[in-house]
Design a binder for this molecule. Structure first.
Ligand code: HXC
Length: 257
């Protein structure tokens, strides 16, 4: 792994992926995204991992797709290389992913954070889709996910002007879960991860899948999907343990089965 650093057990059950191209503000070149995809596939299968945190550094989560790598490409080259299809596989990760964002999360960097399930932001974070300023548009979900996250009017403004959203505004518009001082954003992401990691991994996976379905379908189908996953949790030992523990007034011990 040249452009990312993976720590399988940052804390028990919590893995950390750090984007590591600091000189380029973690610009997302093809290899970096392939490394992220491969790491997520391995972590998704590792029983000792229940929650994954993805972060950059204090200065930048990621300043976008690598402009230098794309600048001279023709449309057909872009189509044939289709490097952004790796993102589809990232999206299929079953375990919850928390983005811990400090500094720039722009273009593909903002889209990458939004591909994760939750975002913890440092107060220095800046979100935006500035592609319009370099003569292009978002290509990895920005027009769709940003609009769903913050609404049409604000999303139009950001995507048509390339303006940035401060961490505070991002919180106001519901793009991020929480904003904390910059010394605290990793700590806060780990705390959130720990809370989820204590719970039944089976139920967490089914819940994530059901929430994501709300993006992909209309209400009737989403409700049916949710109900099916709800019933499916009753096939797990974790559901029996969780409900039994409640009845016995003790803490549940979830095994992921
Ligand atoms: C390649 C990048 C880069 C990028 C920064 N760098 N962003 N290289 N691709 N997206 C490099 C710079 O060239 C520079 O390297 C070094 O990182 C530091 O950047 P500076 O510009 O000197 O820093 P600063 O003045 O602090 O400005 C920070 C910045 C600016 C505001 C974030 O770098 C910027 O505007 N970056 C581009 C943001 C952007 O347009 N992103 C969208 C990309 S398109 P050198 O070697 O020159 O010193 C996109 C499409 C997504 O994401 C499609 C699907 C994924």
């Amino acid at each position: 792994m040249e452009f990312i650093k993976v720590t399988e057990q940052k804390e028990p059950f919590i893995a950390l992926i750090e984007l590591n191209r600091p000189k380029e503000l973690n610009a997302l070149n093809k290899q970096l995204m392939e490394e992220v995809r491969d790491a997520l596939q391995v972590l998704d299968k590792n029983e000792k991992v229940r929650v994954i945190i993805i972060t950059g550094n204090e200065q930048a989560f990621a300043a976008g797709a690598d402009i230098k790598q794309m600048a001279d490409k023709s449309a057909i080259e872009m189509l044939l290389v289709d490097q952004f299809s790796t993102w589809d596989q990232i999206r299929k990760t079953k375990k919850p992913i928390i983005a811990a964002v400090s500094g720039f999360a722009l273009g593909g960097g903002c889209e990458f954070a939004m591909t994760c399930d939750m975002i913890i932001a440092s107060e220095t974070a800046k979100f935006g889709q500035p592609e319009i300023k370099i003569g292009t548009i978002p290509g990895a979900g920005g027009t769709q996910r940003l609009t769903r996250a913050i609404g049409k009017a604000k999303s139009m403004e950001l995507i048509l002007t390339g303006r940035f959203l401060s961490a505070e505004e991002a919180h106001f518009y519901g793009l991020v879960n929480k904003v904390v001082p910059k010394e605290m954003y990793m700590h806060e992401a780990i705390e959130l991860a720990k809370e989820i990691a204590q719970l039944s991994p089976v139920a967490v996976q089914l819940a994530k899948e059901a929430v994501n379905r709300s993006y992909e379908t209309h209400l009737d189908e989403g409700l049916a999907f949710e109900r099916k996953n709800f019933y499916l949790t009753f096939a797990s030992e974790d559901q029996k343990e969780g409900m039994q523990a409640f009845v016995e007034k003790r803490k549940a011990d979830f095994k992921g089965r």
